[in-house]
Design a protein around this ligand. Sequence first.
Ligand SMILES: *[C@@H]1O[C@H](CO)[C@@H](O)[C@H](O)[C@H]1NC(C)=O
Length: 529
Amino acid sequence: MRTFGQALLLLAGALPRQHGVAALSATEWRKQSIYQVVTDRFARTDLSTTAPCNPADQVYCGGTWRGLISKLDYIQGMGFTAVWISPVVKQIDGNSKDGSSYHGYWAQDIWAVNPAFGTEADLVELSAALHARGMYLMVDIVTNHMAYMGCGACVDYSQFNPFSSASYFHSHCFIDYNSQTLVEVCWQGSDIVSLPDLRTEDGSVRRIWNDWITQMISKYSIDGLRVDSAKHVETSFWSSFSDAAGVYLLGEVFHGDPLYVAPYQKYLDGVADYPSYYGILRAFQSPSGNISQLIATLNTLRGAAQDLSLYGSFLENHDVERFPSFTQDKALAKNAIAFTMLKDGIPINYQGQEQHYAGGGTPRNREALWSSGYPTSSELYTWITRLNQMRTRAIAQDDKYLSYNSHPIYSDEHTIVMRKGYPGSQVVGIFTNVGSSSSATVTLASSATGFEANQALVDVMSCTAYATDPNGGLAVTLANGLPRVLYPTARLASSGICPDLTAPSPTSTSDAACTPAAVDITFNMEMTS
Ligand SMILES: *[C@@H]1O[C@H](CO)[C@@H](O)[C@H](O)[C@H]1NC(C)=O
């Protein structure tokens, strides 16, 4: 993986960019907050909302780049600074029991854009519209395979542009996921839609991809890439590709084991945080969720990860069941969303998450956003907005906030308390899975939170004032199963966050001094690896 400095040297010829916005370094990507768009399902060019879109049909529903341009206020209004869009290249035609190519992961011609989403000019315009707002464009890419519909292993390679002969591809085999070699050389797909696996280890294939990505980045002023099927490509592919791209690469390494995922960061700037995703889901999906398993995962990941601040932190995406498909309890969703957005990594929100969409596994998780009517006053839209505000404020107040590894400072059967940030500007998130019909209470010692004696704090989610006791201790009740996100009051001055505070609850601090100190999970906060 290149460093930013090397990238600058390598790309000196390619800069400045078409729209006068310099390519965004990994260092800058850390500070961003990403909104994931499935282009076909976000907004239509005419913004019509009535024509039906049934995700189970797996057909094109009409979303376009022009539609997306028209609805950028909706995304920016929540505080997101970057938009990840579906793959943009031309796809195979047709529909089968495996569906159609509406998602964009079935490439046929990498040198043409998908006409269903718009024209090349439309895509340039989307990029310019984002940059004009100070926002960034992340494009999804697939380098592992092309796609062919009809007959499993029998592929007419002449359909592809480029890669128009069998010599560019591995011969057909089925993946045995116990073998990393077979994961890399065998074919994904089904007996209807096959995904012929490119010989990405060959110089001829690599040269084509490197040339392609250099041109794509330049032509569309792309700021970052989400890399599909990253674990299906041998790791040595990524170094020259990354140099050719010259932007942040976020890899999809779809695996729950931190020890499998973490090494990929040697080759890709960041990886999707699937390990934490599974831990968060299992902890918060019901009042019997497993908090200790989440802690074990977080600890293992922190020990293994090279740089967690460049991971992509998510609760939902187009490949997994939406959180509300497990529970309709909004208090649980609020805990899971807040946990995801405030932990280490770049937050990624999947379209519809902010409207409490509840679709299950693929394709049901790809509902059209327009059926919501894009309300900006809905409960989770405003919840997410506040979380983005809080994170942005913490980053602005302490330039070391992002490099401070968040970690649990307290837990019990139903509660986990996370701290991120050095004393004076730390965010302490208190999360619970008891659900909206219960409440939980925690007492936290100063040694765990880092808060001082008699320090004024605000729960930025409810705008409630708190204060530590003379020993720096704190007792907090999570009413209705809602999480608290505590931040020093002094650090919020003139931020616009909670200008009016609810009066401090008289019981909120008085118990702390005479209650045994909370269990402090010992953690060496200097630990990085
Ligand atoms: C929670 O997960 C841990 C493993 O991480 C396991 O040992 C424990 O039995 C689980 N607890 C419950 C209640 O399932």
